[in-house]
Design a binder for this molecule. Structure first.
Ligand code: SF4
Length: 334
């Protein structure tokens, strides 16, 4: 997102440790370490997200998702740069083909915010990584020549950072392929930059002829601000089917209460909880890890406590790009 740098911090995206310190979101004592983190991994906190953070709470679950921490400079032995193994499954630039019937298209690698636990943190960033026209044409040609692929998942980066016209053009090209049955977009924008979900964007998505699912990434109930709810309402009214995906994160949603609040809030926003991801081991993210047994116990605690509609599939990516597996919890039959 391009914003004039002359605006005061409260009105523009905060992109440096100095910005965060000036906005009162980073203690001065942590600024130097955050600058070193920022030299390696992009920082971005939109005005919408900054407005959700309680600077007086050192354990604020929104701040923990976005404010850089010195721990990011340490890579644990099990952490790897490309934990979902996108690179070996990339037939042409921007495409990841891991499963027979579906493939990812990453039209850009920029995001409205940069999550400190991101599994693509070595790839995404403020540089943008936008596919050129020629690269996009090569991607379209690959989809046209691969009839087994029936579903295209636009991800990145965040595809809703594209202009509505460009996004509509990409989706329309894909929808025009005879074998394409489904289109899906993965996005943080409705909660992190809801002002980008304009009526124009909603109308553009509503014009797509294939069924369109939008999978919203959110990890805490507080991310569903009034502006986010309005943005999701615009998408819903345009005919976009809304799903939710979350990551199980230490200090953010690692309690039955926090998960219940998140999934109930999603449903009220017409977002069906779809996936709860086990953290992928990207570099410098170990402080967010919740063991699988603890994750299973949390989901078990939710069973019966919330509607089945509020129950996502708890999944983990297998190493080497072998795909997702559900983690349960399993229940014994009576
Ligand atoms: S929005 Fe998604 S791709 Fe972008 S930094 Fe966050 S987790 Fe990564």
């Amino acid at each position: 997102m391009s914003v004039p740098l002359s605006l005061p911090p409260a009105r523009r995206t905060l992109r440096t440790a100095a910005d965060l310190a000036a906005a009162g979101l980073l203690p001065e004592a942590e600024r130097e370490a955050a600058e070193r983190v920022g030299a390696r991994y992009s920082i971005a906190v939109t005005p919408a997200v900054a407005g959700l953070i309680d600077p007086a709470d050192p354990a604020d679950p929104i701040a923990r998702q976005y404010i850089p921490d010195a721990a990011e400079l340490l890579t644990a032995p099990h952490e790897v740069a490309d934990p979902t193994a996108d690179a070996p499954f990339t037939p042409v630039k921007g495409v990841v083909h891991r499963y027979p019937d579906r493939a990812l298209l990453k039209p850009l690698l920029a995001c409205p915010v940069y999550c400190r636990f991101c599994f693509r943190r070595e790839a995404v960033g403020a540089d943008g990584g936008v596919l050129t026209e020629a690269e996009l044409e090569a991607a379209f040609a690959w989809f046209a020549a691969t009839p087994a692929v029936r579903e295209v998942i636009l991800t990145g980066g965040d595809p809703l950072m594209l202009s509505p016209r460009r996004l509509e053009a990409i989706l329309a090209r894909l929808a025009a392929l005879p074998q394409i049955e489904l289109l899906r977009i993965h996005s943080r924008v409705p909660v992190a930059a809801p002002d980008l979900v304009t009526l124009g964007l909603a109308a553009a998505l509503g014009r797509i002829e294939a069924p369109l699912y939008l999978c919203v990434h959110a990890n805490h109930a507080r991310e569903f601000s009034p502006a986010a709810l309005e943005a999701l309402g615009r998408l819903h009214r345009a005919g976009v089917v809304l799903l939710g995906q979350s990551v199980l994160l230490r200090g953010i949603n690692d309690s039955a209460e926090a998960l219940e609040g998140l999934f109930r809030t999603m449903l009220r926003a017409r977002v069906k909880p779809y996936y709860l991801h086990q953290l992928d081991p990207a570099p410098g993210t170990a402080r967010f890890a919740v063991p699988v047994d603890e994750g299973r116990a949390l989901l078990r605690a939710l069973r019966g406590r919330v509607s089945g509609l509020a129950w996502p599939t708890y999944v983990q990516e297998r190493p080497g790009g072998a795909g997702k597996v559900p983690l349960g919890p399993a229940f014994e039959p009576v």
